[in-house]
Design a protein. Structure first.
Ligand code: CTP
Length: 395
């Protein structure tokens, strides 16, 4: 999404400037060409050299530097940009922009750009709550500027409250979202992801190798394409994607309850979760002690959530996943029919570059009309985009 995009990263003064360094790293790693414009105060916190080394481009700081103007005309720089990010944006910077003031290079460039502007504010919590700042933020939003909410926590000034710069990953995802065409606007998408845990006793459980990466990639992509996304996920180590309604669950029974609750109001259900097929017939109340040489656990079948959805579906589009180790097409095709799905994503989890806990996947899409599409090895983010393209066509 950001590959080859021209981004201006505007940095104003505040302790959170160090996070802008990490954001720059994420942007360049994604293939964006980033020009950094720093306010005078920002240079007090981190040197321009740091941003220059990471961006590979000269850093712009001074409106009246003849040398900088000869090297790069800041007006045409602002004009060529695909996206302008302000992170961190101080209350002062937001105030100036809303007033139409352009008294330094940063504010002049913001005013001169026709690109979308994404603002990530950071300030003391009292300043953030000040009605003047709040009015300024609302005015900017009404003018079409994208303003992120700061996060809450302990601030560098020693106070506790709202005003922290959002994590670099959050700003990065928001940047992707701003540049993504909103072709799923108005669509309600439910994604399940990750493994379920079936408890044996208070300290042990049965689970599987699912990392949740595929489902999280789908939820992220759908949100960026404008869908209203609910992500129902078992335990994973992944950060919650920006802007999704996150419902954490543990067991298959909890996942089933959460899925059924939201099903009626959902347009598209994508079940990437690896649901445990069996649970303990009797979960022990206390920790099981070691005694006999052998031990047998009695399991009983979990309800098949997806099959249940297939039986009651009306307007919904249902997408399942089939992680197989043999007879890929036959097994996946059988699940497609048995669960009354519109599409199933089949993958051989034993193939190198596919399966659990890797960032790539090799999948086939099996359609209800019998069509089978074989996709090359690609990242899970790319699989997610391809899958959403097919789902969009089905709608
Ligand atoms: N699934 C589900 N509820 C279950 C089991 C599976 O909703 N109790 C969903 C999964 O989320 C996935 C699809 O059904 O989208 C296929 O899951 P899979 O485990 O591959 O299939 P099973 O039907 O459980 O068959 P088997 O384990 O025999 O391969």
């Amino acid at each position: 999404m950001l590959q080859g995009k021209r981004i201006i990263l505007g940095v104003s003064g505040g302790i959170a400037v160090y996070k802008a360094v990490e954001l720059l790293r994420l942007l360049t790693k994604a293939g964006a060409n980033v020009d950094v414009v720093m306010s005078k105060n920002a240079c007090e916190f981190v040197t321009p050299l740091t941003f220059q080394s990471l961006s590979g481009n000269p850093v712009h700081t001074d409106l009246f530097s003849l040398h900088q103007e000869q090297e790069i005309d800041h007006i045409s720089l602002a004009d060529r940009a695909d996206l302008f990010i302000l992170a961190p944006a101080t209350a002062n910077l937001v105030g100036k922009i809303v007033q139409g003031l352009a008294d330094d290079l940063l504010t002049t460039s913001v005013m001169a750009t026709k690109a979308p502007v994404l603002i990530a504010p950071a300030m003391n919590c009292n300043m953030y709550e000040n009605p003047i700042y709040q009015r300024n933020q609302k005015d900017l939003q009404a003018l079409g500027y994208h303003v992120l909410e700061p996060t809450t926590g302990s601030l560098a000034c020693g106070w506790e409250g709202a005003g922290k710069l959002p994590a670099p990953e959050v700003i990065f995802a928001a940047a992707q979202a701003v540049l993504t065409p909103k072709d799923l606007l108005g669509c309600k998408v439910m994604v399940t992801a990750g493994p379920t845990r079936e408890e044996i006793d208070p300290v042990r459980y049965i689970t599987n190798y699912s990392s949740g990466k595929m489902g999280y990639a789908i939820a992220t992509a759908a949100q960026q394409r404008g869908a209203e996304v609910t992500l129902i996920a078992g335990a994973t180590n992944l950060p919650v994607p920006f802007g999704v309604n996150y419902v954490p669950v543990s067991s298959a029974a909890q996942m089933r309850a959460a899925v059924l609750e939201g099903y009626e109001a959902t347009d598209i259900v994508i079940k990437a979760a690896a649901v445990a097929d069996y649970r303990l017939a009797q979960r022990a109340e206390q920790k099981l002690k070691k005694s006999a040489e052998q031990m047998t656990l009695e399991l009983e079948k979990n309800p098949d959530i997806l099959a249940e959805l297939g039986q009651t579906k009306n307007k919904q589009i249902l997408v399942g996943f089939a992680a197989e180790t043999e007879n890929l097409l036959a097994n996946a095709g059988d699940k497609l029919k048995r669960k009354n799905l519109d599409l199933i994503v089949a993958n051989d989890v034993t193939a190198p570059g596919a399966g659990f806990d890797v960032d790539t996947n090799i999948v086939r899409f099996l359609h209800a009309d019998g069509q089978v599409e074989e996709l090359e090895q690609m990242t899970k983010a790319q699989v997610a985009e391809q899958l959403l393209d097919r789902v969009k066509e089905l709608r």
